[in-house]
Design a protein around this ligand. Structure first.
Ligand code: E4P
Length: 219
């Protein structure tokens, strides 16, 4: 399973990339609104840092506007994936952009029927939002299971990109279900590393080693 970082913050990405586990980045208008400076330049810097797919979202709401913005975003860097919302207009724009050979991430997906439609218009990625479904007492991960099953049934190549990830169990369940990608906030990626027994074990190894070295010197 690929790990994307769900952020528009360059420093967070620069901090995670050296770990060697970051395959891409997803942004959205809310995330980019938190950052200062020129958005195109920021997206370019993110692409150069991650050297993998970077989703950048259109803000137009009509298909023609989405297509125009999508082409402009894709011209920033070869790593840009155009993100369009799942609406009737977004579906039309997805069809046009993929027809031109651009990669498209269909976002704000909350049902299996939406995911099926996104695959039929050639989306490169579909982004079901698991955390926002959990927020309204509906299982986000059940939706992932359904989409993975449907895509397998028909051999769709659209990748299932688990979005709105809130904690490590979303990541574990996504991996068990065979989702293609999990996009996580930096804090969730950091949490994937943590285990108290690792910390306690390392502390003991180092202490035992230090004690043995000291007794060799004194003995
Ligand atoms: C994914 O592409 C979205 O940007 C993101 O995961 C939304 O997450 P949120 O529900 O935490 O805002």
């Amino acid at each position: 399973m690929k790990f994307f970082v769900d952020t528009g913050n360059l420093k967070e990405i620069q901090n995670l990339v050296p770990l060697g586990i970051v395959d891409g980045v997803t942004t959205n208008p809310s995330l980019l609104a938190k950052e200062s400076g020129d958005v195109r330049l920021l997206l370019k810097q993110i692409c150069e840092t991650v050297q993998g797919p970077v989703s950048a979202e259109v803000v137009a709401t009509d298909a023609a506007g989405m297509v125009r913005e999508g082409r402009e975003l894709a011209a920033i860097d070869r790593h840009i994936v155009v993100k369009v919302p799942f609406t009737r207009e977004g579906v039309k724009a997805c069809r046009t952009l993929t027809g031109e050979g651009l990669r498209v991430n269909v976002t704000l997906v909350f049902s299996a029927t939406q995911a099926l439609i996104a695959a039929k218009v050639g989306a490169t990625y579909v982004s079901p939002f698991v955390g926002r479904l959990d927020d309204i007492a509906t299982s986000g991960m059940d939706l992932i299971r359904q989409i993975v099953e449907i895509y397998e049934n028909y051999g769709f190549t659209t990748e299932v990109l688990v979005a709105s990830v809130r904690h490590p169990m979303h990541v574990v369940e996504a991996a068990r279900m065979g989702a293609d990608v999990c996009t996580c906030p930096a804090a969730v990626i950091e949490a994937l590393f943590k285990h108290p027994l690792t910390d306690i074990g390392l502390e003991r190894f180092l202490k035992d080693w230090e004690t043995a070295q000291a007794s060799r010197v004194t003995g």
